[in-house]
Design a protein around this ligand. Structure first.
Ligand code: PRX
Length: 656
């Protein structure tokens, strides 16, 4: 419920120059956007984007398939770069990059790329891709650290109409191979390594390992890969295979800096981004060109109230959707300055973020609640050492923010003067869906507040009917919007089943929510078998299948338990094959095994060995019971003691 005492009205000074100045103004535009969506979006697309061919129809909608700006043509890189070349923005910083500082305290390298410089780099690299035989529609995997080349590679793909799929640098060789296999990618762009807390993440080695992985049919998963382009970042020893592997720096010397942009159909695929679901392997979420870019651009400008002189920093990695929409496409489409940092928030000291903010005079900071909770734990002395007066707006994303963290962020980092935008959205939605408008929406800690223009979310019951105010239910979106996913790569049936079958004709988010009497949304979290660990989305099924692929494991069930820092932690209940003994060593082996199969982010926090898993009469694992055990009961110190669920199972009558 909205608690008046904890309601933070918009700051008057902020509102004066904000894009949206009052709640009444927000409500008026929102009403128009919902009552006449096609008129609204048509106008926005005309005003915001540069098109090489106008569209014939604003929206063609037959659930679950949407086509926006049908027949229109445009190029994303033109909208992010070329359009600014004849303006004052040409010489403005597009990207400010900072590398990870060295262990000895030497500051990280710095690079600034103006819009003109970025344009040149993108054109050069686009020509490299062409030289390597990449053409319109081809898929390209990008597996890079947080360096400007990640953005350059994405934009270069967009320039020639190739479809990029960025793989987070923390994912394993197996994950790279799975994504190549699913997308049919022709090339991989990677680096010799990436720096992380003073050590080198062996990205190229992982790619080499991925390129020899075979599937169940004994065929290479990655047979479609023709070339690997390697950025020199760390200078570590790597092997280069002749006629397959090419150095980025050698390649760009051989091509022209002139690269005409490919005019792309508004609905042409722009990128595929893999994300976890409640079943099977991660699914390739497909986003297309015109609608996605329009939505990323508009949400960036309104939600962060972007002004010309802002230094905007979204701390997400480009391997996640937040990095796509709010590090690269949204800010650049607006001609903004986007800061990129390569390293960790506590390297070499826990004041890394505050040091960067003070030196670059960052005015907008967008980060995750997990990071905020870690900052709280590290202590107020770290931010206090730095001048944070340049900040004027703060944002959070990825998981529910607990009121304590919100208040700390507001007070300690924002000096009580910065509005906080708690933004709810998903990989699938392309951009921010529920959020305050800074300068207009009174905020309250823990609520993402109200929908963005054109978005019609609703909380519904099992039958799909709207529930009463203040009652919990499933969060759905009733109307199509330009940034929505267009499908799951290669799997239209799964697209229909996962998102459009739960509540007919509406998009099902997988989240639970409630609306208070003022219409504010409070996101409760996932109601499917997807966990949110430190803002990272992890499917329990994926971790379970990684565990059972270990030779010692018979069965595994993975559930979440609340965690003060990470929001949720992963707990795996494991039964072992006969003759295998539980041991602390095996626990380490299993954690590493999951790390190898998926990546370090998916390593279970706890592994608990059990004699057998509690099951319903129909043989389904009783997850609810396991969740209770995972969060309630103390973990036994002696890891070799097997948990006996027989008694517990008898106590519970619910058949899940
Ligand atoms: O459960 C919601 C949570 O993160 C999920 C989406 O994860 P992903 O696709 O990885 O995208 C994360 C970045 C957009 C959602 O289903 N989530 C995201 N933002 C919030 C949130 N939960 C509560 N409050 C938020 N602001």
């Amino acid at each position: 419920m909205l608690n008046e005492e904890r309601l933070f009205p918009p700051d008057k000074e902020f509102s004066k120059r904000a894009h949206i100045k009052s709640l009444a103004q927000y409500r008026k535009i929102y009403k128009e956007s919902i009552e006449s969506p096609e008129v609204f979006w048509d106008k926005q697309a005309r005003n915001e984007l540069v098109w090489s061919q106008p569209w014939k129809k604003t929206l063609q909608w037959k659930a679950p398939n949407a086509k926006w700006f049908v027949g229109g043509k445009l190029n994303v890189s033109v909208n992010c770069l070329d359009r600014y070349l004849d303006t004052a923005t040409a010489n403005k910083a597009a990207l400010i990059w900072e590398g990870e500082p060295a262990t000895n305290g030497t500051p990280g390298e710095e690079r600034v790329l103006t819009y003109r410089q970025l344009h040149r780099e993108v054109c050069l690299f686009a020509n490299v891709l062409k030289k390597r035989g990449i053409t319109k529609g081809d898929r390209v995997l990008i597996y890079l650290p947080m360096v400007p080349e990640a953005a350059i590679a994405m934009l270069a793909c967009a320039r020639i109409g190739a479809v990029h799929s960025v793989v987070f640098g923390g994912f394993s060789a197996q994950s790279v191979a799975d994504r190549v296999f699913d997308s049919g990618a022709k090339a991989i762009i990677t680096a010799d390594g990436g720096f992380r807390r003073g050590s080198v993440v062996p990205l190229k080695q992982n790619v080499d390992d991925a390129l020899v992985i075979k599937g169940a049919d004994k065929k290479l998963l990655t047979a479609t890969i023709e070339s690997v382009i390697v950025l020199q970042r760390c200078g570590n020893q790597i092997s280069m295979k002749a006629n397959r592997d090419f150095w980025w720096h050698d390649e760009i010397k051989t091509v022209s800096p002139v690269c005409p942009p490919e005019p792309m159909d508004s609905e042409a695929p722009l990128f595929i981004l893999y994300t976890s679901g409640s079943t099977g392997k991660p699914k390739g979420i497909l986003h297309t060109t015109g609608g996605y870019l329009l939505y990323a651009k508009m949400t960036t400008r309104y939600v962060f109230d972007l002004q010309d002189n802002d230094v905007y920093w979204c701390t997400a990695d480009v391997g996640w959707v937040t990095g796509h929409s709010y590090v690269v496409y949204g800010p650049l489409a607006n001609g903004a300055t986007s800061l990129i940092y390569e390293g960790a928030p506590n390297w070499p000291e826990p004041d890394r973020f505050w040091n960067i903010i003070a030196r670059h005079r960052v005015s907008i900071l967008y980060t995750a609640p997990t990071a905020i909770r870690a900052f709280m734990k590290w202590g107020i002395e770290w931010p206090k050492k730095h001048d944070l007066s340049s900040l004027r707006l703060l944002g959070t994303v990825g998981e529910p923010i607990n009121p304590e963290a919100w208040i700390w962020y507001h007070t300690v980092i924002g000096g009580k003067r910065c509005p906080i935008v708690d933004t709810w959205w998903q990989t699938e939605t392309g951009g921010i869906m529920i959020t305050p408008m800074p300068g207009a929406t009174p905020t309250t800690p823990g609520s993402a507040t109200l929908p963005f223009f054109g978005i019609l979310p609703e909380v519904v019951d099992e039958q799909g009917n709207a529930v009463e105010k203040n009652s919990g239910g499933k969060l759905v979106v009733r109307k199509p919007w330009p940034g929505m996913l267009r499908g799951i790569w290669g799997d239209p049936q799964r697209f229909q089943d996962v998102y459009w079958s739960e509540v007919k004709g509406s998009y099902f988010t997988g989240d639970g929510s409630r609306q208070d009497k003022n219409g504010y949304f409070w996101i409760v979290g996932r109601i499917d078998d997807v966990l949110n660990v430190a803002g990272h989305r992890i499917g329990t099924a994926e971790v379970e299948s990684a565990l059972v692929s270990n030779q010692n494991v018979a069965e595994a069930a993975v559930v979440g338990r609340p965690d003060d820092l990470k929001g949720q932690a992963l707990v795996a209940f494991v039964t072992l094959k006969s003759g295998i003994k539980a041991s602390p060593e095996l626990m380490v082996e299993l954690r590493n095994h999951v790390g190898k199969e998926i990546g370090p982010v998916a390593k279970p926090d706890d592994i608990r060995f059990a004699e057998s898993l509690p099951k319903t009469r129909s043989g389904k694992i009783m997850r609810r019971l396991l969740k209770q055990v995972a969060s309630g009961l103390e973990i036994k110190g002696d890891t070799t003691t097997l948990e006996d669920f027989a008694v517990l199972a008898q106590l519970t009558k619910t058949d899940e």
